[in-house]
Design a protein around this ligand. Structure first.
Ligand code: 5GP
Length: 179
């Protein structure tokens, strides 16, 4: 039998989604987006670091006219508010009147996007949708409409295909689940 276990730092992971499965699903997601955004010229906003590989593969499968930018989210304690505020680094495009698609690697609790979306909505895009490769429905605590979901997965830590464990594992072509 083929060995499917890998070691990243102190943890063992087993293969969960093969390269073939991921690529097939990304193609299907792109086909949906091509259909939904025909003649619309959307702006894709991919959230770094984790989504770089998914964003790249998804973008390659698009046949519509589309733009892509990458942003990084930073979380800081507001001076007055008690909770964390999420701000973005690198968002230079004006979103007013644009059809915007957020590209995420994984939605876990949903907290990051829940906190960040109001900042985008404030710019009055014409429409705003979310495309995430992975979603952990059992972990999601914040209300979010996920328009394009690659795979719904169990509440277990995963690495690979852009996702890291403490800096490592992003280069893996497959997605692995902690054992
Ligand atoms: P949320 O705000 O939805 O709880 O978390 C979103 C972020 O947490 C993701 O963009 C990702 O960076 C990180 N994350 C959540 N679950 C996992 C996981 O299973 N593996 C990895 N590598 N990162 C995760």
């Amino acid at each position: 039998m083929k060995e499917t276990l890998i070691q990243v730092h102190d943890k063992t992971f087993d293969i969960y989604l093969s390269e073939e499965k991921i690529q097939q699903r990304v193609k299907e997601m792109a086909a949906d987006i091509n259909k939904d955004y025909k003649n619309k010229k959307p702006l894709f906003i991919a959230i770094l670091n984790g989504s770089f590989m998914f964003a790249s593969d998804l973008f390659k499968q698009l046949t519509i006219e589309a733009e892509l930018c990458f942003i990084k989210l930073a979380s800081y304690k507001g001076m007055k508010s008690s909770g964390n505020v999420v701000t973005s680094i690198g968002l230079e495009d004006d979103l007013f009147g644009r059809d915007v698609v957020i590209v995420e690697d994984i939605v876990d609790t949903g907290k990051t996007l829940h906190r960040f979306l109001p900042k985008l909505i404030h710019q009055q895009p014409k429409s705003l949708t979310i495309a995430t490769l992975l979603h952990k429905p059992e972990a999601t605590e914040y209300e979010l409409t996920l328009d394009y979901v690659g795979f719904s997965i169990p509440k277990k830590f995963v690495v690979g295909y852009g996702l890291d464990y403490d800096g490592l594992g992003r280069n893996l072509k497959e997605i692995y689940q902690v054992v």
